[in-house]
Design a protein around this ligand. Structure first.
Ligand code: SF4
Ligand code: SF4
Length: 467
């Protein structure tokens, strides 16, 4: 039996002072020096940790904001001297989509490689925009797949990128003719960073993290010089992206890569032919922007028999590109997947979806909506303690990414990918699904708020969906 896919991890501590959500303000002036001071009863031991933290403080403005906000000490102080305060730096992290909570949980996963556990159940909103309007159905908790979570049975997270056969096709000498396939151990690839957060110094780190986890990174062919001198050994884990008109790379490089990506233009057929002439075993994906025409274009491309994979990409927040009232990426992927199912060709082509994948659960949800695999980029950057500032300026980078230590950066990215893999196994186990290939389009294991609302209240209050 082949080895189980496993990512080796080890904790990689933060380099910068931690940015938590809350801190306690302690007005000591009127303190009665109680023998049983409530501070000693903090179950998270935050007061002792704060004292240690202050002793080793190197930056004057880095306050201790690691309180869990349980209010126990605040409510029980006999003199009412303690108050909880929100951390303004925490509140400024990210944007409306990449919320401080997402950034904080990503930092924690990159440090520990552990699944985030909030304890005492979920305290957030019942529903929200984007992926939050969708739930996975975990009612089928069946023993064989729970065994998979604990390692006694295997839950496979591997997927294949490439064109699949609709019927068996044999050569004259009886050999089965198979189109090339790229198998990756989890349905995730590393995409190029959006231009607002383009940090070329991260390319060698992405490359090393992709190789260590067995996944694939997409790199712009123009950036090949930034990938380092030891490129050859990493080529199976690199998919070069060729923008319109970009020259092809050297033959010896193209012959070693398994996957390439080309931008969508009127010369894609010729481009695919050129690449296949050099390396017939290479899978070529077409990158399609999810703008107003993106969904239609992806469906149209999927009907062409020589298109092996389509990489549809929304903006970094998962929104339709350039639209005033944008559709969200999960809905656009459903609009691509469903007609292909109706036309009976969905199994033949691979759909990879990118944009807005911020948490491990988004990966599972995007697969349920019809993608075969997803691409991520910003979570790996955030894993390096990035704040996702509105304007990325590395000369003033609060995460000090201009002084990058490669071992630290690769370790943090590996940890994050491992934590996402574990969460994918958790969610698959809880849904009773043992193979990530079966997740694709499995909407029977998903609940959509819009559909439930429509079915429940639409007849009474009128349809909101079609307004
Ligand atoms: S509010 Fe709770 S977690 Fe925070 S310091 Fe007080 S007891 Fe500890
Ligand atoms: S923390 Fe640094 S890398 Fe991240 S967005 Fe800000 S300046 Fe850019």
């Amino acid at each position: 039996m082949p080895d189980k896919y496993h990512i080796k991890t080890q904790p990689v501590p933060a380099r910068r002072p931690r940015i938590g959500k809350c801190g306690v303000v302690d007005w000591r002036e009127d303190c009665a020096r109680c023998h049983n001071c409530v501070k000693k009863a903090c179950v998270f031991d935050r007061y002792r940790q704060e004292a240690d933290y202050i002793r080793g403080l190197t930056e004057m403005d880095a306050f201790f904001f690691q309180c869990m906000g349980c209010f126990s000490c605040v409510q029980q102080c006999t003199k009412g001297l303690l108050a909880l305060s929100a951390n303004p730096v925490y509140e400024r992290l990210g944007n409306r989509y990449w919320t401080p909570a997402i950034i904080e949980t990503t930092w924690s996963q990159a440090e520990t490689a552990k699944i985030p556990v909030s304890g005492a159940g979920y305290r957030g909103k019942f529903s929200g925009p984007g992926f939050d309007s969708m739930w996975t159905d975990m009612s089928e908790i069946v023993r064989p797949t729970r065994d998979g979570i604990h390692g006694r049975e295997y839950i496979s997270t591997a997927v294949d990128i490439g064109r699949k056969l609709s019927v068996l096709n044999f050569s004259k000498d009886g050999q089965l003719k198979m189109p090339p396939l790229v198998d990756i151990p989890m349905p995730m690839m590393i995409d190029m960073l959006p231009k607002e957060y383009s940090l070329p110094q991260l390319l060698p780190v992405f490359k090393a993290a992709a190789a260590a986890t067995g996944i694939v990174m997409i790199a712009d062919s123009k950036d090949i010089g930034l990938l380092g001198n030891d490129l050859q050994q990493y080529l199976p884990n690199i998919a070069f992206y060729f923008s319109s008109g970009a020259p092809l790379l050297r033959k010896d490089i193209l012959q070693k890569i398994r996957l390439a990506e080309i931008s969508d233009d009127d010369k894609i057929d010729q481009r695919i032919k050129e690449l296949k002439n050099i390396n017939p075993n290479m899978v070529v994906a077409v990158r399609v922007k999810l703008d107003a025409a993106g969904v239609k274009r992806a469906v149209e491309l999927a009907h062409r028999p020589h298109i092996e994979a389509i990489h549809v990409v929304a903006d970094m927040n998962g929104d339709e590109i350039g639209a005033k009232n944008p559709r969200f990426v999960k809905d656009m992927v459903r609009q691509i997947h469903n007609p292909l199912v109706s036309d009976g060709i969905r199994n033949e082509v691979t759909i990879i979806a990118g944009g807005g994948i911020a948490l491990a659960e988004h990966m599972a949800k995007q697969l349920l909506c019809g993608a075969d695999a997803v691409t991520i980029n910003l979570p790996l950057l955030i894993g390096l303690e990035c704040h996702l500032c509105h304007v990325c300026d590395v000369s003033r980078c609060p995460a000090k990414l201009n002084e990058l230590d490669e071992k630290y950066a690769v370790g943090r990215m590996i940890n994050l990918i491992a934590a996402w893999h574990d969460q994918l196994i958790e969610v698959m186990g809880a849904m009773g699904i043992r193979d990530a290939r079966r997740l694709r389009g499995e909407v029977g294991r998903a609940l959509f708020f819009e559909e439930l609302e429509e079915a429940t209240f639409g007849k009474i209050f009128g349809s909101r969906k079609n307004r």
